[in-house]
Design a protein around this ligand. Structure first.
Ligand SMILES: Nc1ncnc2c1ncn2[C@@H]1O[C@H](COP(=O)(O)OP(=O)(O)O)[C@@H](O)[C@H]1O
Ligand SMILES: [Mg+2]
Length: 351
C-alpha cells in the first residue's frame, strides 16, 4: 500500500472527522482536514492537491448540509477531484425530498412519496388519501422528523404548521428510545460541559425548522426494516426492529441470517448505481416486495458487527456468481477503515 494524500472535508461538527483521521493514521496515509465552512476552502484544497477527498457531511442543520452539497458539486463536477463516497451518494444522503425524486426517476421500488410546495394541493391530497400516511421532514434521523398521521384532521394541522411562520420542527431533546432521564442526569453530572453543548445542539436542531413544503409517504405496515450495507466488496445485513411506530433510532436489532434475495437486491442496486459505501434501509411489503426507504452513505453503528450468520460475525462477498460468507469483524472504526481501504484500492487501480 502506497502513501496517498487525503483531504478530509469537515462540516460544522469537527469531531465527526475523527473516524477518518483514525483510519488514515492506521493505514499510514497523509491527510489534512479542510474546514468546508471556511471561506478559503477551495484555495486550501488546491494548495494540498489531494488524490482523494473524504467526505463527512452534516446531518443536523439543513443550511450546513446545503452548503456542503454545493461545495462538493464544485469539487466533484467542476474541478474533477476524486470524492469518496461520491458526490451523488452525498447529495441524496439526508435529503428525503431529493431521495424520493431520485428513487422515482430510477424506478427503484420505494414507498410512494408526495412532495407539495403548494398548500392547497397538499390539502386536496389530504382529503383524498388513505390513512394512515407518513409525514417526513426532509432532514432528520432516528425518527426525529417522522410523523405517522392517522386522519385528515392531523394531516391538515401538519400542513397548516408547515406553511406557517413557525414551520415544522423535529423532536426536541434526546431520543427517549435509547436512554432515560436517570442516565442523562448521570451523564450531565459527570461532564457539565458535554451537557451544556448537548442542550445547545438540541436548541439549534429544534430551531432548524422546515417551511414551505411537505413530504408525505404511503404507510407501509412493517415489524422491522432490513439494514443492508455495502462497502467495497463487503456486504452485510441485519434487521432493525420497530419500537412504538418506528424502526429508526431504537438500537433494537435482530441478527437473523439475511436472505440471499435481499443481498441480491442490495447488490444489484449498488452495481447499477455505482455506490461505494451505502446503507440501504428496506421494507418488505405485504406481497414480499422490497421497498427502499432510505439510502445513507454514512451511517451510525452501535454494535461491533453489522451482521451475524448462524451467530458468527462476518461479511458476505459475491464471487463468481456465489455469495461467500467470511467470518470476522470487518467494521472496525464504524466501517471507516473499510471505506478508506476501498478509496485506496480505487487509487491504486484495484477496483
Ligand atoms: N412509509 C412508511 N410507512 C410506515 N412506517 C414508516 C414509513 N417511513 C418511515 N416509517 C417508520 O419511521 C421510521 C423512521 O423513518 P425514516 O424514513 O427511516 O426516517 P429516519 O431518517 O428518521 O430514520 C422508520 O424506521 C419506520 O419504522
Ligand atoms: Mg431511517
Amino acid at each position: 500500500m502506497n502513501k496517498h494524500r487525503f483531504a478530509i472535508l469537515a462540516n460544522e461538527d469537527k469531531k465527526n472527522t475523527a473516524k477518518w483521521t483514525r483510519a488514515c493514521e492506521r493505514f499510514n496515509q497523509n491527510y489534512i482536514i479542510i474546514d468546508m465552512i471556511d471561506d478559503n476552502w477551495i484555495d486550501n484544497i488546491h494548495n494540498y492537491q489531494p488524490e482523494c477527498c473524504l467526505i463527512m457531511p452534516s446531518v443536523n442543520l439543513s443550511y450546513y448540509k446545503k452548503m456542503y452539497d454545493e461545495k462538493l458539486y464544485i469539487l466533484s463536477e467542476v474541478l474533477n477531484y476524486f470524492i469518496y463516497p461520491s458526490y451523488v451518494e452525498c447529495i441524496i444522503y439526508e435529503n428525503k425530498r431529493l431521495l424520493s425524486y431520485y428513487l422515482k426517476a430510477h424506478k427503484i421500488p420505494h414507498p410512494k412519496t408526495y412532495v407539495f410546495y403548494d398548500r392547497e394541493k397538499a390539502q386536496i391530497f389530504a382529503a383524498n388519501t388513505k390513512y394512515p400516511i407518513v409525514g417526513k421532514m426532509n432532514l432528520g434521523s432516528s425518527g426525529a422528523g417522522i410523523d405517522i398521521l392517522d386522519n385528515r384532521n392531523s394531516v391538515n394541522n401538519y400542513i397548516k404548521k408547515a406553511f406557517s411562520k413557525k414551520g415544522l420542527k423535529r423532536r426536541f431533546g434526546p431520543n427517549k428510545k435509547v436512554g432515560n432521564p436517570k442516565q442523562w442526569t448521570k451523564k450531565a453530572l459527570r461532564s457539565p460541559q458535554f451537557f451544556i453543548n448537548k442542550i445547545k445542539s438540541y436548541i439549534k436542531d429544534y430551531n432548524n425548522n422546515q417551511k414551505h413544503f411537505v413530504i408525505f409517504q404511503e404507510y407501509i405496515p412493517h415489524e422491522y426494516e432490513w439494514r443492508a450495507v455495502k462497502i467495497d466488496g463487503s456486504f452485510f445485513a441485519h434487521k432493525k426492529l420497530k419500537v412504538g411506530n418506528k424502526a429508526s433510532g431504537t438500537k433494537e436489532k435482530i441478527y437473523d441470517n439475511p436472505p440471499l434475495t435481499l443481498l441480491n437486491f442490495a447488490r444489484q442496486l449498488c452495481e447499477k448505481y455505482n455506490y461505494t459505501s451505502m446503507s440501504m434501509d428496506i421494507f418488505e411489503d405485504q406481497e414480499g416486495n422490497y421497498l427502499v426507504n432510505e439510502l445513507q452513505t454514512i451511517f451510525g453503528q452501535s454494535d461491533k458487527f453489522q451482521m451475524l450468520v448462524d451467530r458468527e460475525p462476518g461479511r458476505y462477498v459475491f464471487q463468481d456468481g456465489d455469495w461467500i460468507f467470511e467470518k470476522g469483524y470487518f467494521n472496525r472504526n464504524e466501517c471507516f477503515d473499510l471505506r478508506l481501504q476501498h478509496a485506496i484500492n480505487i487509487l491504486e487501480g484495484n477496483r
